[in-house]
Design a protein around this ligand. Structure first.
Ligand code: C2O
Ligand code: CU
Length: 493
């Protein structure tokens, strides 16, 4: 398998999809759960640091939030306002940065805009996250923060500017999800390394930024349309092929794919199912049993895995190709991490079949108020660019105007021949239709990022509340985003 050059194999993972080449990986280092911050005032210094990624040899020099990759996990109860100050002490050459809290509902001024809110080297910026939606505390959610600077988002994320943000659930009678050490956030993200354990530089010939603060435009003169930042090693919470000792009981795993480009179709090696209880944006109306969970860049899944009966076994979380036929599916084949199952343990968790999921917007407009078409466009002076509605991103152009306190119904359409992952800032959305049909059960909660295969059409609805100003819609495959596939919508009073 081309993705696994060092097959030293002790464990074999065979995909449930069948016909999959076995992948062998040695799990040599313990999983690390990033440190947690719980205060109302959080300070994150972006700086270069050496972090342990591979099990042997030198540590890897990365750009970090506060010295670790991933950065600290922020955990806050919904409704408890949080100020995060981000300081740029990155080395010369890194340039200006912009931090976006993905999934959260906050003001345009706190959104980490790609061109107008940059944090220059030596400067800092404070982002205000009230963790409120329309007068109510935000529901329990699994967000993440990452760099969002225009043209350089893929590079800056690859170098390490990523961290997790959990909005904790309010206590709910009848519901008791696994917690404490049994609530494990897992940031899955791939990288490639040099022989000396340093990150490779897939961006050496990337497009350069023109202009300056607040005045930039996309200028990749010959940006290849099929650009793809992929790595050959899948890291979990920053470490390659880690293991976690677990008891033979239930665990809540918060899965996040923070890879720049690749998607993963997660499975467990012994065929054990995932019980999906939520998206990144809250609980689902009902838990869904799934044998595989497909997550593209920026997508999250909140799942419960029950390790009972597996004492003494090793269960591998892997990724197998997704079987979507000729659409040229992209999910990576890989072993990701290993669970070493110990003795059973007392378990007070309780999971009703109906979950207290956040309310979905209703009623919804019967007519589509905006269509976004994701495609590839040839242009005279830019070569080809990834586009939305036929145009490459221009931060100065308003592509759609929405009105505060109204419900909109948006349609996405993929006219290109590769899959995209569409992400919308500002609000959480209800998925109405996928290819004209009711969406699958795991897509019936709130969402902010959707998979869109070639030819697919998805319709979503949300109410715009609380905030006016510019926000972004873009493909979260960061190469596509950096090469034009982003648009701006403004919410007007
Ligand atoms: Cu996760 Cu516009 O980003
Ligand atoms: Cu894309």
């Amino acid at each position: 398998c081309k993705f696994h050059p060092n097959m030293r194999g002790v464990i074999t993972v065979e995909g449930v999809a069948g016909g999959v080449e076995p992948v062998t990986t040695r799990f040599e280092q313990p999983l690390v759960v990033p440190s947690t911050r719980r205060g109302a005032d959080i300070r994150l210094v972006m700086r270069r640091a050496k972090v342990r990624t591979l099990p042997h040899g030198p540590r890897t020099s990365m750009w970090t939030y506060d010295g670790s990759y991933p950065g600290p996990t922020i955990r806050r109860r919904g409704g408890r306002g949080t100020e995060v100050t981000v300081v740029n002490r990155l080395p010369r050459g890194a340039g200006s940065m912009s931090t976006h809290l993905h999934g959260d509902h906050h003001a345009s001024a706190d959104d980490g805009q790609p061109t107008t809110q940059l944090i220059r080297r030596g400067d800092e910026r404070t982002y205000d996250y009230p963790l409120m939606v329309d007068g109510r505390p935000e529901p329990g959610s699994f967000f993440w923060y990452h760099d969002h600077r225009m043209d350089r988002t893929a590079r800056n994320n690859w170098r390490g500017l990523q961290g997790m943000f959990i909005v904790t659930d309010p206590p709910t009678p009848g519901l008791r999800l696994p917690q404490g050490r049994r609530d494990v956030p897992l940031m899955v993200s791939e990288r490639s390394f040099t022989a000396g354990n340093q990150l490779t530089d897939p961006f050496a010939d990337g497009p350069e930024m023109s202009g300056h603060h607040g005045d930039m435009s996309w200028t990749g003169p010959d940006a290849p349309p099929d650009d793809a930042t992929i790595g050959d090693k899948v890291l979990v919470n920053g470490r390659y092929a880690p293991y976690l000792d677990v008891s033979a009981t239930r665990y809540r795993l918060r899965l996040l794919n923070s890879s720049p480009f690749s998607s993963y179709n997660f499975t467990l090696s012994d065929g054990r199912p995932f019980l999906q209880i939520g998206t990144g944006s809250g609980l689902l109306p009902r838990a869904v049993v799934r044998s595989s969970v497909l997550l593209g860049p920026a997508q999250r899944a909140d799942v419960v895995v029950d390790f009972s009966g597996a004492t003494g076994q090793r269960v591998v979380l892997g990724s197998v190709p997704a079987s979507s036929g000729e659409t040229g599916d992209d999910a990576r084949e890989s072993a990701v991490m290993e669970f070493r199952v110990g003795a059973p343990a007392a378990d007070a968790s309780r999971l009703p079949s109906r979950l207290p999921s956040p309310r979905l917007v209703s009623p919804v407009p019967s007519k589509v108020t905006q269509t976004w078409t994701f495609g590839l466009e040839e242009s005279a002076h830019h070569g080809s660019a990834w586009t939305i509605n036929g145009r490459a991103f221009d931060p100065g152009r308003v592509d759609h105007r929405a009105r505060l306190d109204t419900v909109e119904r948006w349609r996405f359409r993929n006219t290109s021949d590769v899959t995209h992952y569409v992400h919308i800032h500002a609000e959480q959305w209800r998925t109405l239709l996928r290819d004209g049909r009711r969406p699958p059960p795991w897509e019936r909660g709130l969402e902010d990022t959707w998979r869109l295969e070639p030819g697919e059409e998805v319709e979503v609805a949300a109410r715009f509340t609380d905030y006016t100003g510019p926000f972004m819609i873009h493909c979260h495959m960061l190469d596509h985003e950096d090469h034009g596939m982003m648009a701006r919508f403004d919410v007007a009073p």
